[in-house]
Ligand binder design. Structure first.
Ligand code: PEP
Ligand code: MG
Length: 755
């Protein structure tokens, strides 16, 4: 049974369009289950019909031409109830609806199972028999399991196949695909497909008589790729500061690594030509990364393969093709490397779309730093057929519209124009104070980790840096940055903002933020595992180096605050503070005198919420990390797309936890800030003010929208709204309440899709 299932699913996966996929399903299932008929009806909610899309056993002419209203027949019933229906004699059932043109009159046994994805019925898979027999439990199980397996395949096949529809259909409907939102914003433009410049996997082994010549051309090709990377790095110089461009150096280091170069040369001298030797070496390296559990390291496999292709390109020919980038380029590809992204002139780059890749990949980090919308993980993207197509990238909702109909294009043009207008209007708020109508000051700070974000908008309008994620400078390297490298990095952040305060958070790795050069054992539940302060305390060498670098960076500036992430109890806080004292002592022993800066912790684990009074008494300030706190309180992985609809920081339970922290901190008279995404969501601003929060930290794009909200409300109104919100049943209720309030107050321009 399982064998049949696998075979069918595999065949469907390689089908070139939806029709072909479905016809494979019906003929294979009919055979596997020994039925007289197998059909698939697809549910079309726009037209209100279940449409017979494929059948083995019913009249051929009926396929594509028989549509049953959603509220009619046995198919309609399976679809409505979203549960299987197994009947001995279908025509005797009160819901039976005869579609004579299919020739179904002579069939009695009926089994229909719904095909469901994300609570929505996509269609119905049906088998029929002439005999008056119910289908056996085993047959029901097979069909049921198959329908579950097929749901995802149908979604993909639909996406793949729809581009093969007729020209008119395509022009009128376009193609809507979903992925993961990796960088917000909206872009309208023209697709430029980027692809591997050489197919490394297709390179054959070939023997060589002249290994020295092969070695020479390999070395020349490596040098040429290195120069390309250096050129790309320089090209980004106007857009990204040196610190963020370190990732190009990381690629160069990988390219020049002893094992990569020497293994290839060794293979050349064993008799393979340069291209073949390169393929073997690259595959060997990439496979090692591929097998790693951890997403960040798996991403490095793409980097290795990309480097291999680049070297191969130079082995094959001398120059890379020159691409003519349109003014609004939507860069699209199976996977896109930072080098490919950097090749687009920054003025032309409007949006990016990829099939693979994760939010921790270098491309994602770079796109966010450049403020370019990025949608990743778009399954079923028919990359090969999209060159120069018009496209819309909705980075807020993780959607891509290819050849969109005029109405969609117009709608998004309107949205983009609104964004522009809003940003111009918001610009008027730049120099106005961030205070409520009753003059309560709310400090608005910046969340950052890349120096690029500090030099832009945020620098002028933020009151300081509320969260500097120090892991990003660690992640773009191939090794731990030295104490001096760290000091320089922190120093530039402190200098840019001086005399405003900059809160540097100690390394928060593990969970979804691995480091390529720190071995993290594969864990069943990395978010509940070795991460954040746990790693820092277990590796005092890493923490003390970082703390020394921070303390040295603030000499003469004194605008540093240090913050520890992920603490789950009092003991960890005591140990972390002890480490800070030890770092100060070790500097003193070297004759470097530094005053202790204010030290704080993040409250982002439920146990810390319940101990926050004790914790607050040990530190100078608290900062609530609502991203992690939400995932732990709601038991929803913040990166899991299957439950992303449940991950919502406006949940009343999250609001109550925040209130509890405010309460605990008030007891010790400690400052509390919020630095998770919630702090940058304008809908939450009145609620946070209502509970007494006076310090918010967010990404630069949220600073002015949040300031607008701050200036619109009084603290009394905020308190009232908070009381109502706390009584809501769920996050949707809170969102609805706030949206209504925003509309009433003339803030509807701030209502963003999906927020
Ligand atoms: C948080 O968890 O809310 C937070 C700000 O930290 P990070 O998103 O870096 O985990
Ligand atoms: Mg966190």
């Amino acid at each position: 049974m399982l064998e049949n299932l696998h075979r069918i699913v595999n065949q469907v996966n390689i089908a070139s369009n939806l029709r072909e996929a479905l016809s494979i399903v019906v003929s294979e299932v009919r055979q596997a289950i020994h039925a007289d008929v197998c059909s698939v009806y697809l549910t079309d909610r726009t037209s209100g019909y279940n449409v017979l899309e494929a059948s083995d056993g019913l009249h051929r002419e009926a396929i594509g031409n028989v549509s049953i209203p959603l509220d009619k027949g046995l198919i309609g019933r399976v679809c409505r109830e979203a549960s299987p229906l197994n009947l001995q004699d279908a025509p005797a059932h009160p819901d039976y609806f005869l579609t004579a043109e299919t020739g179904e009159q002579s069939f009695h046994g009926f089994l229909g199972v719904p095909i469901i994805q994300n609570r929505s019925v996509l269609g119905v898979l049906v088998v029929r028999r002439r005999s008056y027999d119910r289908f056996s439990d085993e047959e029901v199980t097979l069909l049921f399991t198959l329908a579950a397996q097929l749901a995802g395949t149908i979604v993909n096949a639909r996406a793949n196949g729809e581009l093969l529809l007729s020209q008119e259909e395509r022009e009128s409907g376009g193609l809507l695909l979903s992925g993961r939102s990796s960088s917000g914003g909206v872009a309208l433009g023209t697709v430029v497909v980027v692809f591997p410049e050489a197919d490394l996997a297709g390179v054959p082994d070939r023997s060589t008589e002249h290994p020295e010549l092969e070695e020479d051309s390999f070395r020349v090709a490596v040098q040429a790729v290195k120069e390309d990377l250096q050129t790309s790095e320089r090209r980004m110089a106007g857009t990204l500061p040196k610190e963020d461009r370190a990732l190009f150096n990381a690629l160069i280091l990988m390219l020049e690594s002893e094992s990569l170069i020497q293994n290839t040369i060794q293979r050349i001298h064993q008799g393979n030509w340069a291209a073949g030797a390169l393929r073997e070496t690259i595959e060997e390296h990439a496979r090692i990364f591929d097998q790693m559990e951890d997403i960040y390291l798996r991403e490095r496999a793409s980097d290795v393969r990309d480097l291999g292709r680049r070297v191969l390109t130079y082995l094959n020919r001398d120059t890379s093709p020159i691409i003519d980038y349109p003014a609004q380029t939507i860069l699209l590809g199976e996977e896109i490397s930072v080098v490919q992204l950097a090749q687009v002139p920054p003025d032309c780059l409007a949006g990016v779309v990829t099939v693979t890749g994760s939010n921790t990949s270098h491309v994602a980090i770079l796109a966010r730093a450049l403020g370019v919308p990025l949608v990743m993980g778009v399954a079923g993207l028919p990359v090969g057929r999209l060159e120069r197509r018009p496209a819309v990238v909705d980075g807020y909702r993780g959607r891509v519209y290819l050849s969109p109909p005029a109405s969609v294009w117009a709608e998004y043009s309107r949205l983009a124009a609104q964004e522009l207008q809003l940003s111009q209007e918001l610009d008027n708020l730049r120099d106005l104070p961030s205070q409520t109508r009753d003059q309560t000051a709310i400090s608005l700070n910046l969340n950052t980790g890349l120096v690029a974000e500090m030099t832009a908008l945020g620098k002028d309008i933020a009151d300081g840096v509320g969260l500097y994620r120090t892991e990003l400078p660690f992640m773009v390297r191939n090794r731990f940055p030295s104490e001096e490298e760290q000091r320089e990095n922190y120093r530039s952040a402190l200098e840019i903002f001086h005399p405003r305060q900059v809160t540097l958070r100690t390394l928060d790795i593990g969970g979804d933020k691995p480091l390529p050069y720190l071995h993290l054992q594969a864990e069943e539940n990395p978010f509940l595992g070795w991460r954040g302060i746990r790693i820092a305390l277990d590796r005092p060498d890493i923490l003390s180096t970082q703390l020394r670098a921070m303390l040295r960076a603030t000499i003469g500036l004194n605008n540093l605050r240090i913050m520890f992430p992920m603490v789950s109890g009092v003991r960890e806080v005591k140990e972390a503070i002890a480490q800070l004292h030890a770092a100060q002592r070790s500097l003193r022993e070297q004759g470097i005198e530094v005053a202790l800066p204010p030290a704080g912790v993040m409250i982002e684990v439920p146990s810390a919420v319940y101990q926050c009074r004790e914790i607050a008494s040990l530190v100078d300030f608290l900062s609530i990390g609502t991203n992690d706190l939400t995932q732990y309180l709601l038991a929803v992985d913040r990166n899991n797309p299957n439950v992303s609809n449940l991950y919502d920081h406006l949940h009343p339970a999250v609001l109550r936890a925040l209130l509890q922290v405010m309460d605990g901190a008030a007891h010790c008279n400690r400052e509390v800030g919020v630095c998770g995404e919630l702090a940058g969501n304008p809908l939450a601003t009145p609620l946070l003010i209502g509970m007494g929060v006076r310090h918010l930290s967010m990404s630069s794009s949220s600073l002015l929208p949040v300031k607008w909200v701050v200036r619109t409300f009084t603290t009394a109104a905020c308190k009232d709204l908070l009381q109502t919100a706390l009584g809501c049943e769920d996050a949707a209720g809170v969102r609805h309440l706030m949206q209504q309030e925003f509309t009433r107050k003339g803030l509807s321009g701030l209502l963003r899709p999906g927020k």
